[in-house]
Design a protein. Structure first.
Ligand code: HEC
Length: 321
């Protein structure tokens, strides 16, 4: 076979062709792909090793084939290959790295003295490229071990994962802040930030004092400072009342229709609830039911009601008999 391109040109040429293809196809922004994704660097190093290894194997096969040629054939082969330009130093270095094979005439010196059914083993030197990458992997392993498991100065995969979760949580919180305006009656929560309550107070002063008084004591509208509520006293109910309005004809209109934004309604609802327990100058008498916060059950009234109902049913049954 005529070798047009020597292997010390072929290997780098192939390598850089693959390198170029990777850079072309991997979208990595402004940075080169192998810097953006370190795994690509590993891939390229592997490619390089494989290319060199393939050259080594092909070279040995060629050598074996060459030895099987007769003298005339050898001469013809040499005449062909010597036409290829020679870069002696580069070639020598490359051969040194690839590991020079022992010439066939000297093989008797390195043959091991065991023999399995006629199969013998040569004690060739390990190819330096292989040997040095093995040493390098040992050094790498020691550095890795110290770095990740002894001193712990770099993050392990689990720590990286935890960090990413923590970062994601921060981002979700940040998103929630910008997305506050998306609240509705299902997602609304009691706001306790002073800033939110202050805006709530402003909305209240601008829209609500005519009927509920500045201190929430009530006028046309009910007293908002006591524990009695006509339409429910948790944040969701209060938000709902403000957003949709009270019972028709009572005077409490839908503030959603008046142009209050969801966030403003959440803020003014939180402000209204912050008035709980304060004493207004002229508090209106309580209206509605005593509001039981979730979890604490009003045991007396409903139970008594049920009992009287049961009694009444009993009466009707007995009177029917
Ligand atoms: C025009 C008078 C008027 C204005 C203005 C008004 N309300 Fe009311 N509000 C009422 C009346 C009347 C009721 C009772 C509704 C019912 O009985 O169904 C009420 C009920 C409420 C309730 C429910 C009270 C309960 O016991 O369940 C809340 C909360 C409330 N208003 C908040 C506000 C807020 C906040 C504003 C300003 C954005 C506002 N109101 C503006 C008249 C008003």
């Amino acid at each position: 076979m005529k070798k047009l391109i020597p292997s010390y040109v072929r290997v780098p040429a192939l390598f850089f062709a693959i390198f170029g293809l990777v850079e072309y196809f991997v979208d990595s922004g402004d940075k080169p792909a192998f810097l953006e994704y370190p795994i690509i660097m590993l891939f390229l190093v592997l490619v390089l090793f494989i290319l060199i290894a393939v050259e080594g194997i092909v070279g040995s096969i060629e050598n074996v084939l060459f030895q099987s040629l007769d003298e005339a054939g050898k001469a013809r082969y040499l005449a062909n290959t010597s036409k290829v330009p020679e870069f002696k130093k580069a070639k020598a270095l490359y051969h040194k790295l690839k590991g020079g094979e022992t010439p066939i005439e000297e093989e008797h010196e390195i043959i091991l003295d065991h023999n399995y059914d006629g199969i013998k083993e040569l004690d060739n030197n390990l190819p330096p490229w292989w040997l040095y990458s093995w040493y390098a992997s040992m050094v790498f392993a020691v550095i890795y071990l110290f770095n990740f498991h002894v001193t712990g100065s770099s993050d392990t995969q689990y720590e990286e994962l935890d960090n990413e979760y923590a970062q994601a949580k921060i981002e979700i919180e940040a998103y929630k802040k910008t997305a506050k305006n998306l609240v509705d009656v299902n997602s609304v929560v009691l706001l306790t930030d002073a800033a939110d309550l202050q805006i709530g107070k402003k909305v209240f002063d601008a829209n609500c004092v005519a009927c509920h008084m500045a201190d929430g004591g009530g006028g046309i509208g009910p007293n908002l400072t006591d524990k009695y509520w006509i339409l429910g006293g948790d944040i969701k109910s209060v938000f709902h009342t403000i957003s949709e309005g009270g019972r028709s004809g009572k005077g409490m209109i839908s503030w959603k229709k008046e142009g209050l934004k969801p966030l403003e309604m959440a803020q003014v609802a939180s402000y209204v609830l912050s008035l709980q327990g304060t004493t207004p100058a002229k508090g209106k008498d309580a209206e509605g039911d005593l509001w039981q916060p979730e979890g604490t059950e009003d045991t007396t009234t409903p139970a008594e009601q049920e009992n009287t109902e049961a009694l009444e049913i009993g009466k009707t049954v007995s009177s029917n008999n």
